[in-house]
Design a protein around this ligand. Structure first.
Ligand SMILES: O=C1O[C@H](COP(=O)(O)O)[C@@H](O)[C@H](O)[C@H]1O
Length: 232
């Protein structure tokens, strides 16, 4: 396990520090390849970081933002990660970025996942940046303990792309990028806040099955060492 811990005094300092690192990685991607990609998580943690990142002066017109995972709900649903990104990141300077949604108004979540997979493949791989979150149950992305397709989602054999996931505690059916899509991002970040999440991380760093705490798949097997950003 070769994760690096970046500690900050508070959430505001973390948001600024993470926005600095992410904007530098995106600018590097644009300079090197003409275009950069970032997959971000939803949940309650990333709001301040999104707002800080949106003010950074980079060539956003050559950046595509997508989601690590999403609920199978339209973008006007208050639980939509797309809505969270629209309100907090796709503003200020970052308004010029493109956004690739995972949700599609398709007949089924499976069909939406197929469409999102095809669109994401056109972006190329790996992502320049992937920002993971973590739930208190040790889930990351929509890799939930007990999830209907957890083994497939975290398998190194499953191709890059978006798959569906159902799990108790997940609420709606989820759409999630697979482990293989995220684990080799050029900058791979785990963004967590609060002592509770630090305790969950400490538990995840102990021995035990990945299926109990799926964040272990990233901590143990990601090709890119995970940069952990934390504040109390
Ligand atoms: O369900 C989800 O939760 C996790 C963590 O969310 P938080 O509210 O504890 O920050 C998030 O990473 C994931 O994208 C989201 O779908």
């Amino acid at each position: 396990m070769s994760a690096r811990l970046h500690e900050f005094a508070d959430g505001a300092a973390l948001a600024e520090g993470l926005a600095d690192a992410v904007s530098a990685a995106l600018a590097e991607g644009v300079a090197a390849r003409g275009h950069a990609t970032i997959a971000v998580s939803g949940g309650s943690t990333p709001k301040a970081f999104f707002k800080a990142l949106s003010t950074r002066d980079i060539d956003w017109s050559n950046v595509t933002i997508t989601l690590v995972d999403e609920r199978f709900v339209p973008a006007d649903n208050p639980r939509s990660n797309h809505l969270l990104v629209a309100e907090n990141l796709l503003r200020d300077k970052a308004k010029a970025a493109s956004f690739l949604p995972l949700y599609r108004a398709a007949e089924s979540a499976e069909e939406a996942a197929r469409i999102a997979t095809a669109d994401a493949a056109a972006l190329g791989a790996p992502f320049d940046v992937a920002i993971l979150g973590m739930g208190t149950d040790g889930h990351t992305a929509s890799f939930f303990p007990g999830g209907s397709r957890l083994a497939e989602a975290i398998s190194p054999e499953t191709p890059r792309g978006v798959i569906t996931m159902e799990a108790e505690g997940a609420g709606e059916t989820r759409l999630t990028f697979t482990f293989t899509s995220l684990q080799d991002a050029r900058l791979l970040v785990l963004h967590i806040e609060g002592q509770g999440k630090k305790d969950v991380l400490a538990a995840a760093e102990k021995d035990g099955p990945e299926t109990d705490m799926p964040i272990r798949a990233m901590l143990r097997r990601a090709a890119t060492p995970v940069d952990i950003y934390w504040a109390p």
